[in-house]
Write a protein of this length. Sequence first.
Length: 213
Amino acid sequence: MKITLTFDNGPTAPVTSQVLDTLACHQAKATFFLVAENLKDPANRAAAERAAAEGHRIGNHTLTHTIQLGDSDDPHLPEREIGQAQHLIGDLASPDLLFRPYGRGGILDHKLLSHTSLTYLQQHAYTCVLWNCVPHDWDSPATWVDRCLADLTTRDWSLVVLHDLPTGAMCHLPRFLDSLEELGADLVQDFPPDCVPIRQGHLLHPVDHLLAS
């Protein structure tokens, strides 16, 4: 069983630091997909800098996390939500430019991307990273661990989406990682191929089901 850990919507300095402490104790590497406007707070940027320095990957999870790309006809939205976010992330970014679109509730549907955002990702050589395991830690902070562990048994390689937000959910991250060790899970930093429809701007899998009609 392979597990890839990702954390969305941060950084939020106290929680992100707590997550980094826990990952270090378990010698685990993850990818942090940042809502880039959070980096305007120096404490949050320092947490992101620590994550990068400790070998975690840093990706782009839009500038504001307020509008799904497939929900807008604004031709300037991709440059604003993706390009400006990447500018704020700057040299923290992983060499392989990683982008995760905002999918409200973790749903993979036609609101995820617009045709203009797809073209933008291709022209700027982004790698688009999706997911296959969303245990809803943000709205079930006390119960997400057991839900996630049960879901992990349904596939060979899971890409888990968690959130380094002040919900209390990350207080349970140590138990989650302890449980993965007990299961003999292989924690990896790579992404399952079926969760990467675009790599370095090249379309690898059909994305019609993710595009606004």
